[in-house]
Design a protein around this ligand. Sequence first.
Ligand code: PXG
Length: 463
Amino acid sequence: MTILSTNTPTEELRRIDAAHHMHPFTNNAELGEKGARVVTRAEGCWLTDSDGNRILDAMAGLWCVNIGYGRDELAAAAARQMQELPYYNTFFQTSHVPAIALAAKLAELAPGDLNHVFFAGSGSEANDTNLRMVRTYWQAKGQPERTVIIGRWNGYHGSTVGAMSLGGMKGMHAQGGVLDGIEHIDQPNWWAEGGDLSPEEFGLERARQLEEKILEIGPDKVGAFIAEPVQGAGGVIVAPDSYWPEVQRIVEKYGILLIADEVICGFGRTGNWFASQTLGLRPHIMTIAKGLSSGYQPIGGSLVCDEVAEVIGSVEFNHGYTYSGHPVACAVALENLRLLEEEKVIEQVRDDTGPYLKEKFEALVDHPLVGEAKIVGMMGSLALTPNKAARAPFAAEAGTVGFICRERCFNNNLIMRHVADRMIISPPLVISREEIDILIERARQSLDETLVALQEQNLMVEG
Ligand code: PXG
């Protein structure tokens, strides 16, 4: 077999990729025809592909490279840990220094009394932990009938069976395997679903669906509500201001657990360590992953409040992963948190680059294609529309226009993704003002080119 390297010609890499590599969330036959973009290096906010293009990564990989690419400190932390103790588990009454140190650091950073952590290898695994932990908690409290967990349509909590079931991605559910005992309410997406209501009225209406659902199921049967503070994969949906206080009120009224899935929102993405702080949520459990290690190592976890940890601690919780608290992943995560803290990256997002990006990004709403520009910290979205006043969708199948725009962005060496016909960004938190200018310039250029393409293809039509 040929030895492949970053010097192997792109066509050869693409051919072998198509022959052997099954990509996630991809029609692999179509990709095989076209060929994947092969990324070879990265530094700061910039990727290099196998053809030598330099691309501004306004998605931080998959919303995770918060500290930016190419940090030698993280590579050194991994190498040190691999030499000292590459692996040991945390089952059977053992522990190790990286897991102990990371658990303590997370307890220090997390809001409220989220003082305990159950480690996992990913966000999906952590949400599977949460599902099992909630049910075990209510069993241990003598209320075993409280099994139902309520999630939201168009929420994303991962791809394992449990996490997929908690999420509300209809395309995933359609492929089967959804667990019983999980219910969904509608998302607070005012742009697409708000009708004639004001954003504030709509936020209350959507929050009150939670109460209606609890009453429909029976309050003594509901164990928890899970939600992303800002929906990420669903298209960076920022709820109206009225939404979260009402959800918090309802959760407390019925004594159910609140799980804030901060896999994307955590570790500075919204300008605070956690979006629960930005939005005033008081979760009992918080899902973490991605920015925890800035994606340099696969690691996730559940941050758990004192009371839930105490109850779970009173029984043997029959759950865990080989890589729960993996020492190399923990060491890298700790180093990443040290850099985020010492370099004041999150303060910079909150006080400087975040507000700068917000001003420029929201100004894109003057573009003829953009109906809404929403941004919190370093996660933002643009709703594309053929008619702003009516908040109209396109006649073409959802995602047709978004895909055209994404292709224009790629051609302009900007990674800005689409979710249906929303364009989304989530750049590394270390992005500079100069890089923000480049991002906005390329986004505007891509929107202009998209508009021309839509006019040429007769796609500026309302659905
Ligand atoms: N919760 C949330 C809120 C997420 O965004 C997960 C859980 C699952 O994490 P893992 O580590 O198991 O992937 C996620 C992951 C996309 C995209 O296309 C988003 C995610 C993953 C892959 C693609 O936006 N989010």
